[in-house]
Ligand binder design. Structure first.
Ligand code: CA
Length: 524
């Protein structure tokens, strides 16, 4: 009946200058446990939580990742559990006087010879899936489109075996919104650019209500989208308008949408995967349900894979404004040019003001689950989050809803909120064709539009959620693999998933979260 842990006590210190380490053992460690260096725990310390390695006086800096994650409110004896109630959060870093493009990083050596099997599009981009996506202008049509999608799947899809799926791009925007407000540009361009995601093959098909504020040619003005059939390029998008006079009864609307889908499906079905270089990957990374292991196992492995992608000439986006804000000087110093550093400051400054309008600050980010998982505050969370961007220079910055240009390769900061659904939605708009999602607490997150590879930070989570997590980075903390080995494994898995040779668990179970638009403009 011993409560002793099955494995020897294990703590992880991220930097030799750190005065705290985290407990790695499943279930944490009881008070009285002697750590390998001789330090004896004064408190029970839960898994992922911090233990003081030295005596800290009131006001002393608590150091992790060799940065301050706060100051001790009172004296903390060595061996104590260091939780958020014992610490004051460090002040927010001002956006003036930052180091701008000061770190000169030697270019990483090219990585050649890696390929995947993808669907090449007319604009040169490459899809990892072959999906018919039906764009909607307004939430009013969502129920009708959902019914039509079911009919298309049942009646048509079996005839087009090379098409992976049919989906409706449902969202809450389109009417009842201040559509001429300056910030309305963000949700509108997000929807437009999602319609053009490489996984949809350039096929644009719109269902509109008729009276909504977001009219089809405002969403997709002529010239903003490819035309795959013989239609006049000066026209707006091909649209089924539910309020059109010829629709008599619900069935006529469904019939119209199903009939419109057929030529799109025929063209998509004629496509074949071809071998393309790994440089055609456009990978979006984010985390959700983070814990103290996120920054120790999963995110460093993703960071190593991020460097491999940059070396292969691919595009990798990292995001989540409130999670990088406390490490802003690391981003600006890593910018490839002063202009890129200024773009980072511009986007994060805009986001600071957006938060101020709502009378909150970055401390609104951490969740009860983050804290239960050992993350005391956003400063600590930021350090663990930013590691997933790897080590290369930040080559460019994207504003929310913007689409990557074809030559925008390498490491990109896509400025988005940290909300899992909004970040994923904005990365889809940017042109993401593969999504990497790290989680410590666990989330069944998935997208219909793009494969999502989920990386667990802890073996305990990977074991319990064995049919939801694609990669167990907890093996790093267990001493079974190195960060480099896990990073290579993830890189190879990305090529397999991109090629359709492997399906992710979220694809297997069809776990699809909603698109959630970032609308900083008023609703009416
Ligand atoms: Ca997130």
């Amino acid at each position: 009946m011993s409560s002793a842990p099955a494995r020897p006590p294990l703590t992880i210190r991220m930097h030799e200058a750190d005065n705290v380490a985290i407990v790695a053992n499943d279930g944490g460690l009881p008070a009285g446990t002697a750590l390998p260096g001789g330090l004896v725990l004064r408190d029970k310390v839960p898994q992922g939580h911090k233990v003081a390695l030295v005596d800290l006086a009131a006001g002393d800096v608590v150091r992790r990742y060799n940065v301050s994650i706060g100051r001790a409110k009172a004296a903390i004896a060595a061996g104590s559990w260091v939780h958020e109630r014992l610490m004051d959060m460090p002040a927010a870093r001002e956006l003036q006087g930052l180091p701008m493009a000061t770190v000169r990083r030697p270019a990483l050596p090219p990585l050649e010879g890696h390929t995947f099997e993808g669907y090449r599009n007319a604009d040169g981009s490459v899809g990892t899936r072959n999906i018919l996506a039906i764009t909607t202008t307004v939430q009013c049509v969502a129920g009708v489109v959902a019914q039509a999608v079911q009919r298309i799947k049942t009646e048509l899809l079996p005839q087009y075996p090379n098409v992976d799926d049919v989906i409706g791009l449902e969202h809450s925007y389109g009417c009842g919104v201040a559509i001429d407000a300056p910030d309305a540009v963000i949700p509108i361009r997000t929807l437009r650019n999602i319609s053009l995601n490489p996984n949809f093959g350039g096929e644009v098909m719109v269902v509109s209500l008729g009276c909504e504020k977001l009219q089809p040619d405002r969403l997709l003005p002529p010239g903003s989208f490819p035309i795959m059939d013989e239609r006049d390029a000066s026209l707006g998008p091909e649209t089924v308008c539910l309020q059109a006079d010829h629709h008599v009864g619900f069935m006529s609307m469904l019939d119209d949408i199903v009939a419109s889908a057929r030529p799109h499906l025929e063209r998509l079905n004629a496509r074949r995967r071809e071998t393309v270089p790994a440089s055609e990957l456009v990978v979006g990374v984010q985390c959700g349900g983070s814990d103290a292991f996120s920054g120790v196992t999963a995110n460093p492995a993703v960071g190593f894979a991020a460097d491999l992608l940059v070396r292969a000439g691919a595009t990798i986006m990292f995001s989540e404004n409130t999670e990088v804000r406390d490490a802003v000087e690391q981003l600006t110093s890593r910018a490839a040019t002063p202009e890129v550093a200024e773009a980072i400051v511009r986007e994060l400054g805009w986001y600071d003001r957006y938060l101020e309008r709502g009378r909150v600050d970055r401390s609104a980010n951490t969740t009860p689950g983050n804290k239960a998982g050992g993350l005391s505050n956003i400063a600590e969370k930021a350090m663990g989050s930013i590691i997933k961007s790897g080590t290369s220079a930040i080559g460019s910055v994207l504003a929310p809803g913007d689409k990557l240009a074809r030559d925008q390769r390498g490491l990109v900061y896509a400025a988005t909120p940290a909300s899992d659904f909004i970040c994923g939605t904005l990365q889809l708009a940017a042109g993401m064709n593969l999504h990497i999602f790290t989680t410590g607490r666990g989330t069944p997150y998935g997208l219909a539009e793009c494969p999502v590879i989920k990386v667990a930070t802890r073996t305990d989570l990977a074991r319990r959620w064995h049919d939801l997590m694609d990669v167990n980075a907890g093996r790093i903390a267990d001493g079974e693999v190195t960060i480099e080995e896990a990073g290579w494994e993830l890189f190879r898995l990305m090529l397999d998933v991109a090629s359709g040779r492997r399906k992710t668990w979220a694809e297997h179970w069809k776990l699809h979260n909603a698109l959630v638009l970032f609308n900083p403009a008023p609703v009416t």
